[in-house]
Design a protein around this ligand. Structure first.
Ligand code: B16
Ligand code: MG
Length: 230
């Protein structure tokens, strides 16, 4: 017989790669900048940027080349890339939600749980607006509110705090290795979205949010566990 436990207090979602695929738009904008700088930057390189902050991403791209740049130059480059990225974000619509995202957010709410976003993007609120899902979140925590990027747990801990939930009562949902590490470091149950071989540090891995069923995450012995997969 399955023992009944109360549902977790909160679900904390990453944005890029979980709710929508902004990675593709970041790639277009970074590639244009890299091309201008004479740096070869491909999709595999872009993969390594997932979950990293804008400046950390730029540093990784510049490391693929040989030239050195001043801090002033770097900030100008990051601003240029961001302007290009924002122009692409403007064209986003609710059709850009990833499969299962809308239902997963609705089901988390329906389960009576807090729902927050924990993103490394400074443009998270704008992206949610374009997707038409701003109202689906009780709180949005992004890089404007924190000092330390993933894999530091700060963004997830800040989201839990905003929701008034204890970390051990939260489920974090992430597509990036750095994000999964951040969730684990925060003491939360980590759901990886993507390839199980890549996201081996997650407590559970699903292919996409169509497989995410909030009522499956129950609390037992002070630790969340995935009942159907136990
Ligand atoms: P911005 P997430 C992250 O979003 C992206 O995965 C990462 O590729 C990007 O560099 C970062 O946001 C910063 O984005 O330039 O818009 O501030 O996955 O944490 O939602
Ligand atoms: Mg992500």
């Amino acid at each position: 017989m399955i023992q009944q436990h109360p549902a977790p207090s909160a679900f904390i979602f990453d944005l890029d790669g979980v709710i929508t695929d902004t990675a593709e738009l970041h790639y277009v904008a970074w590639r244009a900048l890299a091309l201008d700088l004479g740096i070869v930057f491909d999709e595999a390189d872009n993969e390594q940027l997932k979950g990293l902050s804008r400046m950390d991403s730029l540093e990784r791209i510049l490391a693929l080349g040989t030239k050195q740049f001043s801090e002033v130059d770097k900030h100008a480059m990051a601003e240029r890339k961001n302007a290009h990225y924002l122009a692409l974000v403007e064209k986003m619509t609710p059709a850009d939600l990833l499969p299962g995202a809308l239902d997963a957010l609705g089901a988390a709410r329906a389960a009576g749980c807090g729902v927050a976003l924990a993103s490394a993007s400074k443009n998270a609120a704008l992206v949610l607006e374009r997707l038409g899902i701003s109202q689906a979140f009780d709180h949005v925590v992004d890089s404007n509110h924190i000092r330390n990027s993933k894999p530091h747990p700060e963004v997830f801990l800040a989201a839990a705090k905003a929701l008034g939930a204890a970390p051990q009562d939260c489920v974090g949902i992430e597509d990036a290795v750095a994000g999964v590490q951040a969730i684990r470091a925060a003491g939360m149950f980590a759901v990886g979205v993507g390839d199980a071989r890549v996201l081996a540090q997650a407590d559970q891995v699903i292919a996409d949010l169509r497989h995410f069923i909030p009522s499956n995450y129950l609390r037992g012995q002070h630790r969340l566990r995935w009942v159907n997969g136990a």
